[in-house]
Design a protein around this ligand. Structure first.
Ligand code: F6R
Length: 572
């Protein structure tokens, strides 16, 4: 089991655990740390029995710790559950279960699953029946595998939104969140579909649909991927995989418990001044955040580059200042430095990060986990849209349609984007322009192109472009306009005309059917209609990420490992 876990560890995790059954009892080893660290302490290979579950955790609810590591068990230590995903209604369920006398040992959302199955099995259900009953109570995303000491011949697994795949071997059957876990043992795989539950026994896999309760027949398919391709779920690069993971990443970001948003709102409402700080892409999320705070909450705020924050703003901080620090890794030295200085001045720190247990979470008074899962590509993609989702959700509840709109864009526009990449890939410089909140999209799109395709590029608030940038525009210069149909629409048409008059090639991101801008553009990327203006960054950044990716690939670069860059910059 340890080896299978190691094959998933390339994504980086914070804790590890395993459970097997022996002599009618569960045997569990788990702890915080990397697999090698936990193995050195507990010898993960020394587990009795022939059936087991194992997990590496990327913390969402509850910091990385031994107690919060999976597997989680029921009151009697007879049912062990491992889980990927987020249970949205775990607080209600936990309260309900505690009222009925259940004892909880962790702060995870996962543990409710073990106790719910326990109740169902006590009422006489089989393990599979218990999992089905429990699935009906759960809201959110999950891929689970369940082992019971009462029923040591089978594992029951199930999924909703989070991936789960079954491996069918000659003399064993496996289930995992991802193919690499079992690929050296078997290449025959069955992907579990939405809301299905599978009972695995030696030589037998039985799949049922939750909705109908009926058995589903599905034969294994042969996986021809190499281990490397399997790690990327068949995508040529992690960056592309992560671009395509954005609908799910946005859904997960929106799953943050309401209570955290309420806490953040109360701190922001009583703030004298609000600063949003971050570096690189996270700084761009700050810019979007400051726009949203101003427009939707009427709050005055200032986005600042973290490395400049101490020079410029720190002296002005007081006890009623609030500093919102955004960092995917939670470990960026420039951001942490600004946070430490702000704490010394008595400011309240709100952290938004993808890594629970990171230094940022420890330095924050309140923090929100963005729940994006591991991001391997050095260029931030899904973590940016997740950060902006967290910030948008703070003030707008109706974000539910955005993930489907992102899926639509990725499906419909991928070929157009590839063609645009081919057409303009050899241009020595590009410019990205947008107005209002779309300026953020323009500068983040520029950063993506610059960092992975190494094309020196510019980005401006479109209205500012005529105050300098326009001097370098000559025939054939590619200018990308982020032009949703919002309050900036009329003005951006004027800006397009200015560039067109100088012979620039106009590439416009427009709302579907926007003939006005289409008629003055050389190329258009069409976006779904009816997305409220404050939500457009979440959607309009996606084609620009894909464009940068395609240009990099066309030029023969590895988008996952851009030169001179590191995923987490821990030096100032
Ligand atoms: C850009 C990128 C970097 C990071 C920056 C901050 O694609 O990845 O600009 O956004 O180094 O990193 P975090 O968010 O970890 O603080």
């Amino acid at each position: 089991m340890r080896k299978a876990l190691e094959r998933l560890e390339y994504r980086g995790y914070d804790s590890v655990g395993q459970a097997t059954v022996s002599n009618g009892k569960l045997v569990i080893k788990k702890d915080k740390g990397k697999i090698s660290e936990v193995h050195a302490k507990t010898n993960l290979d020394d587990m009795p029995g022939h059936i087991g579950v194992a997990h590496t955790r990327w913390a969402t609810h509850g910091a990385p710790s031994k107690e919060n590591a999976h597997p989680h068990t029921d009151c009697d230590n007879q049912i062990a559950v491992i889980h990927n995903g987020i249970i949205e209604n775990f607080m209600e369920l936990r309260r309900e279960l505690e009222d009925r006398g259940h004892t909880f040992r962790s702060r995870t959302d996962t543990e409710v699953i073990a106790h719910l199955i326990e109740e169902s099995v006590r009422r006489g259900s089989s393990l599979t029946g218990g999992v089905i009953d429990t699935m009906r109570r759960l809201k959110g995303a999950f891929a689970i595998a369940v082992l019971s000491s009462h029923d040591p011949q089978r594992i029951v697994c199930a999924r909703r939104e989070s991936p789960l795949v079954i491996g069918v071997g000659e003399d064993a059957v496996y289930c995992a969140s991802d193919v690499p876990a079992f690929l050296p043992l078997t290449n025959r795989a069955i992907w579990l579909e939405e809301d299905e539950v599978a009972t695995l026994e030696l030589g037998k896999v039985e799949i049922r649909a939750l909705r109908t309760g009926e058995i589903v027949k599905r034969s294994p398919v042969e996986v021809t991927w190499t281990r490397e391709a399997a790690e990327r779920s068949g995508f040529p690069h992690f960056m592309l995989k992560e671009i395509y993971e954005q609908p799910q990443a946005i859904r997960n970001a929106l799953r943050t418990q309401r209570i955290y948003h309420e806490l953040v709102a109360s701190r922001l409402d009583s703030a004298g001044v609000v600063y949003l700080i971050g570096c690189g892409t996270a700084y761009h999320a700050c810019l979007a955040g400051s726009y949203l705070l101003a427009k939707l909450a009427g709050l005055r705020s200032q986005a600042a580059i973290a490395s400049e924050f101490n020079h410029v703003h720190a002296d002005l901080l007081t006890k009623d200042s609030v500093v919102v620090a955004i960092s995917q890794s939670g470990e960026t030295a420039d951001t942490l430095n600004a946070v430490r200085q702000s704490r010394e001045k008595g400011a309240t720190i709100i952290g938004i990060t993808n890594v629970m247990g990171s230094t940022l979470t420890r330095l924050s008074d309140v923090y929100i986990g963005q729940n994006s899962g591991p991001e391997i590509g050095v260029a931030a993609t899904k973590t940016f849209t997740a950060q902006v989702s967290v910030l948008t959700r703070q003030y707008m509840k109706k974000l539910a349609e955005v993930p489907n709109a992102v899926t639509q864009v990725l499906g419909k526009q991928a070929n157009t984007i590839k063609e645009i990449a081919r057409k303009y890939k050899d241009r020595p410089s590009w410019c990205f322009l947008g107005r209002g909140i779309s300026e953020v999209v323009a500068i983040e799109g520029r950063l993506k192109l610059l960092e992975i395709a190494y094309i020196p590029s510019l980005a401006y608030a479109a209205g500012e472009s005529k105050h300098g940038f326009i001097a370098i525009v000559e025939p054939g210069y590619p200018v990308v306009f982020v032009a949703p149909r919002d309050e900036t629409h009329t003005k951006i048409i004027g800006n397009i005309m200015e560039m067109k008059a100088r012979g620039a090639n106009i590439i416009s991101l427009i709302e579907e059917g926007d003939k006005q801008i289409e008629s003055i553009s050389d190329d258009v990327i069409e976006m779904p209609k009816g997305i409220p203006s404050f939500m457009t960054p979440l959607l309009y950044i996606v084609p620009l990420q894909l464009l940068a990716y395609q240009v990099a690939v066309e030029k023969g670069y590895d988008p996952d490992r851009p030169r001179n860059l590191a995923k987490s910059v821990t030096v100032e």
